[in-house]
Design a protein around this ligand. Sequence first.
Ligand SMILES: *Cc1c(COP(=O)(O)O)cnc(C)c1O
Length: 800
Amino acid sequence: MFANGEEFKAAFLKKLEMMHGISFSESTKREQFQTLGTMVRECVSSDWIKTNEQYRTLRQKQVYYLSIEFLLGRLLRQNLMNLGIEDAVRNGLDSLGIDLDELEENEADAGLGNGGLGRLAACFLDSLASQGMPGHGCGIRYKYGLFEQKIIEGYQVELPEQWLRHGHVWEVRKADASVQIPYWGRVESYWENGRLVFRHLDAETVTAVPYDMPVIGYHTDTVNTLRLWTAEPSRYMDSGDVLKYKKETEMISEFLYPDDTHDEGKILRLKQQYLLVAASLKSILASYKKQNGSLLDLHNHVAIHINDTHPALAVPELMRVLMDEEGLGWDEAWHITWHTLSYTNHTTLSEALERWPVHIFQPLLPRVYMIVKEINERFCHSLWEKYPGDWKRIESMSVIAQEEVRMAPLAIIGSHSVNGVAKLHTEILKEREMRLFSQEFPDRFNNKTNGITHRRWLLKANPSLSSLVSESIGEDWIEDTKELERLLKFKEDNGFLEELSRIKAVNKERLAKRILEKNGIAVDTHSIFDVQVKRLHAYKRQLLNILHIMYLYNRMKEDSGFEFFPLTFIFGAKASPGYYFAKKVIKLINTVAEKVNTDPQVNDRLKVVFLENYRVSLAEEIFPASDVSEQISTASKEASGTGNMKFMMNGALTVGTLDGANVEITELVGRENIFLFGLTAEEVMEYQKNGGYYSHEYYHHDKRIRQVTDQLINGFFPDTENEFTAIYDSLLSHNDQYFVYRDFASYADTHERIGKCYSDKESWRQMSLFNIAKSGYFSSDRTIKEYAGQIWNISSHAKK
Ligand SMILES: *Cc1c(COP(=O)(O)O)cnc(C)c1O
């Protein structure tokens, strides 16, 4: 593409002038960034076109990954790296006096997601393209991404994330591929040539306009597509309140819902979901028909994946298109539908299971509702034949019950595959949450343990560690991460281990610099960097972490002989704006930080830092600089986690419960290379079923617990009257639903062990090495291979 820095430099200067009508010396960093981004996108356009042509002519089976979230982060450096032109570009920019890293700071994070689920979708796109697989993303182009978090006086304040303010260099608007999406209105049916046909009348129509982004694979010609939809007013609107219509329409793709764990039951959310599904299916089928394929054969050429239940409307919508628009009968349409669709479940938290009141669903999507009803009647009928009289079973499996449409049953019934995201999670689905369905469809249920793209989270985020690895075992690991295991031969090699800790130290220095700049806190880079970064949620138990820090502080104040290795606790977490409890925990963390960091009696050995606005680009700096990874959810609650994998790959040791993918981390590294504590999932579920847990007993019997709990409300923190009552009540009045007290002692003991281990540098380094070496399993390339082979039945096309 650019053979060398010189060639790049000439092209860059020309492009800058053409794009911005400005000379280099006058240009801003942002203009320079936009120039570079545009050049890169234009460079891949011929490969992009070629990839699409190849898919068409070879009639390769395509997969479309429907997701309401894609948490992409920045794309410049990833694209340069994948294209293999980062060095040429860096050199060319250098000779102009531009620092690539500085330029990168001008790229806004594409934050079209909340956390793990959206980031998984982004990692999957990278793995599909990098392995030359025909897989594309379909999502929504929210005008505002996940809110920007500011911390003001310890409180979270949300600002709108205007990531599109300066345009988005990676996208191409495809207005000619727009489609019409109908809402509201009524359905009329009549007989025509011996068939009952349906017509959707008086609908309010919205135009869905796609924006395409190239998804560039690592060192391959493959360029796949991420298609994001926006809602725009339709030209066909000619009467009624035009302004109101325009506003309501634009609202549909304005905001990402800042919470993926509570179903807010909003019409707007359902409108978003239908926009995503209806528009994507229209464009998928249009492109399939161009190949002259028979619709009866659709499932052999197209796989459509439903990422969590948000796009589960794909089940009735595909039925609708096949019947109402293509004229197929029910049975044919149904056969095609469930053979085409597959579904991933991401959570068993009951508050996250989507249900829509019929009184909202039916008027908004009248024809789709009719089909859901028919799907349900046929399904319930088949159950009745099999289990006559078993009303209880039928009611609990029904798609429509108690005046609600339940999206999970809809997705299960309408898919040929249902997968969980880690072994334990899938077991819980099969044995508990979805037991009746797995009895009914035993062949559909399967596990696909999540993964992360090692290209972003190791190669890009931690270039020095990547170089050390490549120098030591060659570069094969980049194509096949299982090769990382070959690092094990260095476990007695002092030179290698020294180098490993030197790299960690440099990464810690960099993070420390950021902390000093952002928070004004000087942290000791020789201390243990103990890190918990993830969304703030009760089940993730940031509260356990901060209460333990309060205990450490108390202990230090009371016992001058208390010896421990210096500690820096680092947090990053956004709370959903309406999540009162979560916001109080943020305030508590900041309150404790203030107290600890300003107390000269302790602050040379203990620091607490809350980094604001946790997001992908910040995460990339944090993982490489971490010593300890906090993965402390109440067992059974975290479906998989992916942060845990990013830490592991960067050599941090996990302190965790046996939850989600922590179970598999443990299997890989062995119990001697991870710090496990707390209740098991089985024990938690046993308590939940049969009771027997009384938090006040722990409060009364454990002095440490009593002291930190009382400090929440007794004025220990100045000017915080009533501030933490909700937290206090959650622990005592509400009987500590997430077993914070129950796991406290075990957590504190484990931390003591961690401190001791860390002081034995040699063995810590070996444990760290072990974690890196075994982390290859968690590459999303492995995950995607499993989806491709076992669910989608797609194969990769020839690589370069
Ligand atoms: C990986 C990642 C997550 C998911 O973290 P978990 O610890 O698995 O919850 C959330 N947000 C960002 C920005 C991430 O990179």
